[in-house]
Design a protein around this ligand. Sequence first.
Ligand SMILES: Cc1cc2nc3c(=O)[nH]c(=O)nc-3n(C[C@H](O)[C@H](O)[C@H](O)COP(=O)(O)O)c2cc1C
Length: 355
Amino acid sequence: MSAQLRDLPVPLVGAPMAGGPTTDDLVVAVGEAGGLGFLATAYRSAEQIRASIDAVRERGVRRFGANLFVPDAPGAHETDPAGVARYIEALTPWAQAAGVTVPEVPSFSTAEYTTALDVVVDRRVPWVSFTFGLPGPDEVARLHEVDAAVVVTVTTVADAHAAVERGADILWVQGPAAGGHRSTFTVAQTPPEESLDHLLRAIVDSVETPVIAAGGVADGSDVAQLLGLGARAVGIGTLLLRTPEAGTSAPYRRALAAATEPGSPAHTVLTRAFSGRPARGLANRFHHELGHLAPSVFPELNTLTGPIRRAATAADDAEAITLWAGEGFAAARAVPTATVIADLWRAALDHGAAG
Ligand SMILES: Cc1cc2nc3c(=O)[nH]c(=O)nc-3n(C[C@H](O)[C@H](O)[C@H](O)COP(=O)(O)O)c2cc1C
């Protein structure tokens, strides 16, 4: 019998947050607080993923998941060489100013995904989630053989139905206010803006599969509302970014702290500037100057912008790094994960969530 959401002591799920924010400490802290934490496998080697899985287990946490980015099918991958060449030109002054070079365009590969999948199957991770597309039927079968619950992140009713048909045990329903990448099944498509409440209602009305609802959650009333609409659990990402357990970089933390100040003009935007895929984050100069030029080419753009982003992080400059954040960013507090989870759940109960 695969892992069940109804067994969670607290129906709150710590979102996988690739690129630094998710750490072993964060996954352990969410689990110890009674929730379900997810490791992020994107941009990580097999050794790193294996080490994280083993570290979380060694620290006594049995309830955790791991998230994978599903690559395009090789024949369906768009490369837009002319658009990429223009983007490299636009990136060049940024690279020069940072003292780095724009790397060669990497060739498209699905190796990271297949390697990560082998690791999570081998290590029998109890919850395995997929973003940007559906796992293959044979991959679902492999996970079910080791009793893993298969989770698929969806942004539309049609994608939810496709995921159920593919054998998903749980749907991660991501609304438009979510921080980070939107989980559209193709790179070029414009992410839907249908509200999370509306999307959730349409999905729970049409499928029996349990749902984790996420995107823009700021407080206990949001949690109570989503559970009341039929979600089995609620996912949070942005609310965890300022915790000491998260691996959020110093300039990213400062930008979030400034954004939570009363009267701050900070706001979030959907941008392709950093990776080629639409993602929500606090607006900064990199987005303003480059967002409108970025072609829909993922993950190549992520690699091309990497050295600039790393140099900006080292220079403590928030204007050229990803500042992924959902629309609830003003509620993110610099307190321990245990406090975020306990306070949020208590407030949800106060707002009538069924305990
Ligand atoms: C910094 C950051 C990184 C993220 N990375 C991932 C990821 O690796 N995989 C994934 O499925 N979702 C990722 N997401 C999206 C989350 O899974 C989730 O849908 C989102 O955080 C929920 O919205 P919220 O941030 O408003 O709570 C990321 C979100 C953030 C803020």
